[in-house]
Design a protein around this ligand. Structure first.
Ligand code: ACM
Length: 520
């Protein structure tokens, strides 16, 4: 009986797979099958219904994407649509919710494909869905001789969340500019809209800052090591720091512009006051202890041995952050700057006479309140640059800076606490959204420190029971790279993100945009 059941399920999956063809990740909100199939042929036209530069750009993107694997040239045009064609159209409306701004409809009939949206962003997502519906060879970089068939259907799709993020840590391992663009392409394919770029941490500072050149000439490099991250040897005296790299400001501008074309916003993170060893290696005067030696290891224990926190009682630290964040703000159009706040080791603060005097003067009862004092001053700097502050859950400890947004990583409890204080949150709990963990049987997986299986990632819902949907801006997967040294390994680990994705985009249906759904 059991066997029969499995055979039946298998048969249904195969049959559905056959009639529906390729499927879309994340699953669209509404998908209705209809009779027949559209077959792409060399004479198919790409029709620009809405004659704007943005639609032309998208039409050219579609034409190029189809040209490579088919070997056919498609020339977009605004001339009347006759014969087989793919229609691209932007409809006029005034939006009330983000879901509408990023929504699209995709209709596939035997003679015509029509993608309609209210914005170029929505149209781009419609095109991404269309590309996923072609046979998988559409990804090939060489010409394929196959039938380019899509079974007919109607799709209406829109995101559940405005914040659909993936974080990449480029400090623990540096990934070059060209690879970052490739990573952005992958995010766009699955309709992520936020690339959180973790640009600084203990083991490397990765962004050129003109007013503090040693951040990159010193802070971007360390002695080369391989093997298990947590068992690496400390640098030896006189050893050359040759491993690392950084992005110039021109690189950053180029990547930001590239991402904008794919409707991805880049959130920069400068992680302070903890995780700041690379800063202190370059500018030791910003610590409480006043001296440092650049190290390569990354385990928690090590933080107690080597000072890696900026000193909150040192006015030079705030001058430093003012100048650094000025340059960061001018490079990234994202409304937020992420200022970290996580895992700050405060042992050196406790021993510092300056910190003790500051605590007395400000009436700060404990070291958490001292960190809160620091974060509140950083928040003022961020605001002075015209940006909003977002930080890891620890920014709640000792008192949240006013107007801060919380990225909840120590489970969801930080998020719930922030919501209680009427502050918005991005949910990114390490229990469900960390992409650097074992995803399969550990004995055959690359070395890491904990386990997260796809099924568990899929079960994550960014909005906990009883919380109003609007308080949760969205969700995010975080790819830390202590144990991810290569781009190949990085791609292997990021597949788990797709699982999360279902939750951020479509699966839990919201019915706010009935207007769009009733339109054809
Ligand atoms: C974190 O995982 N330290 C945010």
């Amino acid at each position: 009986m059991k066997r029969f059941f499995f055979l039946l399920v298998g048969y249904i999956c195969l049959t559905v797979g056959k009639t529906w063809g390729q499927q879309i990740i994340p699953e669209p909100v509404i998908q209705q099958k209809s009779a027949g199939a559209f077959v792409l042929t060399p004479d198919t036209k790409i029709h620009i219904h809405t004659n704007t530069q943005a639609v032309w750009d998208l039409a050219n993107f579609l034409a190029e994407s189809l040209a490579i694997p088919t070997g056919w040239k498609f020339t977009p045009s605004t001339t009347p649509k006759i014969g087989k064609h793919i229609n691209l159209e932007i409809e006029q409306t005034t939006f009330k919710v983000i879901a509408e701004a990023e929504s699209y409809t995709l209709d596939i009939t035997p003679t015509r494909i029509s993608i309609k949206a209210y914005t170029a962003n929505g149209l781009f997502y419609g095109i991404q869905s269309l590309l996923q519906l072609f046979p998988k060879q559409i990804e090939n970089k060489q010409q394929q001789k196959i039938a380019w068939t899509i079974p007919c259907r109607h799709i209406s799709d829109y995101p559940r969340y405005a914040w659909r993020g993936i974080m990449l840590d480029v400090s623990r391992h540096f990934f070059p500019k060209e690879y970052i663009k490739k990573f952005i392409d992958q995010l766009a394919r699955y309709k992520f809209n936020t690339f959180h770029w973790h640009l600084s941490d203990d083991q490397g500072w990765r962004i050129e800052i003109k007013s503090y050149p040693k951040l990159t000439s010193v802070g971007a490099w360390r002695v080369p090591r391989t093997g298990n991250w947590w068992q690496r040897e400390m640098p030896q005296t006189g050893e050359q720091a040759t491993y690392g790299g950084f992005y110039t400001q021109d690189d950053i501008r180029e990547i930001v512009a590239y991402a904008q074309k794919k409707f991805i916003k880049i959130l920069p993170e400068i992680d302070v006051p903890g995780h700041s060893l690379a800063i202190l290696a370059a500018y030791p005067e910003l610590s409480c202890g006043g001296g440092n030696k650049f190290q390569v290891n990354g385990g928690w224990k090590f933080y107690r041995e080597v000072e890696n926190s900026l000193c909150p009682a040192n006015e030079k630290v705030y001058d430093f952050l003012d100048k650094v964040l000025e340059e960061v703000a001018s490079l990234f159009p994202h409304p937020y700057i992420h200022v970290g706040g996580d895992e700050c080791y405060k042992g050196y603060w406790e021993k510092s006479a300056e910190c003790q005097a500051l605590m007395k003067k400000e009436g700060l009862k404990n070291l958490d309140e001292l960190q809160s004092y620091f974060m509140k001053r950083v928040a003022k700097i961020v605001t002075s640059k015209g940006k909003k502050l977002i930080g890891w859950g620890e920014i709640l400890d000792g008192g949240l800076p006013p107007d801060a947004t919380v990225m909840s990583w120590r489970g969801i409890k930080g998020g719930l606490e922030a919501i209680k204080q009427n502050r918005p949150v991005v949910m990114t709990p390490n229990t469900h959204t960390y992409l650097d963990l074992y995803q399969g049987e550990p004995s055959i997986e690359p070395d890491t420190y904990d386990m997260l299986r796809l099924q568990k990632a899929y079960s994550f819902d960014p909005t906990p029971e009883g919380v109003a949907e609007g308080m949760v801006l969205g969700g995010q997967g975080n790819l830390w790279t202590e144990s991810v040294p290569t781009t190949r390994h990085l791609e292997y680990m990021s597949t788990l993100g797709l699982g999360l994705w279902q939750r951020y985009f479509g699966v839990k249906k919201i019915q706010k945009i009935g207007i769009l759904l009733s339109k054809k």
